[in-house]
Design a protein around this ligand. Sequence first.
Ligand code: FMN
Length: 327
Amino acid sequence: MTSTLTFDTAAVTRALTNAATAASHAPSIHNAQPWRWHAHDDHLDLSLDESPALAVVGLDRRLAILSCGAALHHALVSLAADGMHATVTRLPRQARSGHLATIRVDARIPVEPAASRHLQTIAWRQTDRHALSGTPVDADTLRSMAAAAESQQTLLHVLRPRQVLDLASASDHTRGDESDDQAELREWTGGTRTLGTGNADTVIPRGASPTTVPGRPFGRPGDMAIADSRDRTAVFAVLYGPGDGNLDWLRAGEALSAVWLKATELGISVLPFSSTTEVTATRETIRHLLSGLGHPYLFLRFAVLGPDTAGPPNTPRRPTGQTTEHR
Ligand SMILES: Cc1cc2nc3c(=O)[nH]c(=O)nc-3n(C[C@H](O)[C@H](O)[C@H](O)COP(=O)(O)O)c2cc1C
């Protein structure tokens, strides 16, 4: 039951600061963390970071908004774990200014065990491009992840074998397009990265892994050992929905976070495949291949983690001072 009694403003401000910090752990395209938080006494504003530093390296706007949605969901998980009920207004000004959401704390609530668990999961969720165990993902687990997506008004469809082949062929096609764009990719990958964005060598495979669907080329080999067997037991799925507007992509990001936290808690690794939905022509091809299911937002590979899979090192983040401003 919620309490609307006046509550400690300092506690609310603290919880909002915690929420912006938790959000910094969200997954994002190229680890760009394209979000800005403005923290006020009783609310947080989330905007797309449209600073030249990010714009110059050609971030796809849809995938940047999707990444902000994941950060939004992380922030809400943190508030729930701090016992705060929040109301979210999405696209308060039709996102004309890049303003994507306002989170307003309006009541205290009891802390549910699931909320505390999700907050812990945020700290150890990661993108795992490692080898996979040979254990298949069971149907109940997939149903739980579909329910997590639906809780965020986005749908999750598990691809049929024929659709996996279609995805593989579309991804292969996209790789050709991307080879013209290696310079842009290199902005986001490899080397020792000090700014807290992009992917370091330690999380980039040494070469092309024998995966069913070709992964995103990183423009350079990394240090991570590649799988020596094909990902035959992996499951491919797509987050999709009826619309292609900013709100749909924001909600898709919230769904990505909900699905990924649930997957992590169930011992399932998640790897996004975004190059296919980044290119308009391929996105349209894929939309037709999905036989009118809706607009595809992001493809995901699910696989059971092996018992002794040590995850890769955590990918660093921008200092929160760069992404959060206190008003
Ligand atoms: C919208 C989106 C698209 C992504 N696309 C890819 C991809 O195509 N290939 C890949 O290896 N990782 C992809 N990622 C994973 C990011 O690279 C990863 O989240 C980021 O580097 C931070 O690392 P972490 O998830 O381990 O914290 C994507 C993530 C998001 C949110």
